[in-house]
Design a protein. Structure first.
Length: 70
């Protein structure tokens, strides 16, 4: 069933989780990028699409920084 969702959409879902966990929210402090990455790695293939996690990790490991993002 998950394969009916386009890969770019699955990648965006994982990226959104990383961004949301990494940044401050009014209801909680920022958990940080390290914790967010641990979360997607732990749940790779279960809660998060494995290919999408791999794509997001590749971008992060290439030096992407949320602080420089628009």
């Amino acid at each position: 069933m998950g394969d009916q969702i386009l890969l770019p959409s699955r990648i965006m879902a994982v990226a959104d989780v990383v961004e949301a966990m990494s940044r401050f929210r009014p209801y909680r402090e920022a958990l940080g990028e390290v914790r967010a990455i641990e979360e997607i790695r732990t749940n790779r293939g279960t809660l998060f699409d494995a290919d999408a996690v791999d794509a997001c990790l590749a971008v992060l490991e290439s030096g992407f920084d949320f602080e420089g993002a628009p």
